[in-house]
Design a protein around this ligand. Structure first.
Ligand code: FMN
Length: 201
């Protein structure tokens, strides 16, 4: 089957792309508005871009042309925290994806605990074993009126003392237990982990 994107509406293309590019990591993003209201929401159009400087990308769709709170806050305050979602946090993470107004603090409604960040104003989610304090490096309408792409620079990494981390800064995924987003409303936990070293030159 060949599928030409020109022939399909955005809803179907969303379903298709979500099913093809899978599994995806989830950024659970905390921000604070200019008025001081905290915000938390998950994003799976998310990935690492490069390591030095450590850059992340997050694509935030618009609602009827209007920026979602996360993109609005990341643009106006230039600060955000990416919290990593692990197995015990799956249900709370989904709860914070409810489409609510900017006056709602999803951290409070989900009953999560916050820890102050060291460099930026948005708080870290204590329940997440990895929290990445970030500054907005770039934000631009990659699809005009439809999607904003945020490029965020990690300015401080926080790794729970419960996680083993070696001198080379490896953290075993089997200890972290991250959640992955699949297509539709499906999620996955890690299965069997296979190791392959790259061939020597
Ligand atoms: C696992 C998961 C991943 C999501 N990924 C994205 C995404 O990549 N981009 C996006 O615009 N919305 C995504 N959403 C929907 C947002 O979380 C939702 O629109 C949320 O209400 C945005 O909140 P905000 O207005 O507080 O920023 C995702 C939802 C879930 C549950």
């Amino acid at each position: 089957m060949q599928i030409d994107p020109k022939d399909y509406d955005s809803r179907r293309l969303y379903h298709l792309l979500m099913s093809c590019v899978t599994p995806r990591p989830i950024a659970w993003v905390s921000t604070v508005s200019r008025e001081g209201v905290r915000n938390l929401a998950p994003f799976s159009y998310f990935n690492a871009v490069t390591s030095k400087p450590p850059l992340l990308s997050i694509a935030v769709g618009r609602r009827r042309g209007k920026r979602k709170d996360t993109a609005a806050n990341a643009s106006s305050t230039r600060e955000l925290v990416v919290n990593i979602v692990t197995e015990p946090l799956l249900d709370k993470m989904v709860e914070t994806s409810a489409e609510v107004g900017p006056e709602v603090d999803e951290i409070a409604t989900a009953g999560l605990t916050v820890i102050e960040s060291v460099v930026v104003k948005p708080p870290r989610i204590a329940e997440a074993p990895i929290q990445l304090e970030c500054r907005t490096r770039e934000i631009f309408e990659i699809s005009p009126g439809i999607v904003d792409l945020v490029i965020a620079e990690v300015v401080m990494f926080h790794v729970s003392d419960e996680l083993p981390i070696d001198e080379e800064l490896h953290i075993p995924a089997a200890s972290l237990r991250p959640v992955a987003r699949l297509g539709a409303s499906d999620y996955a936990f890690l299965g069997e982990i296979q190791r392959r070293d790259r061939p020597a030159k």
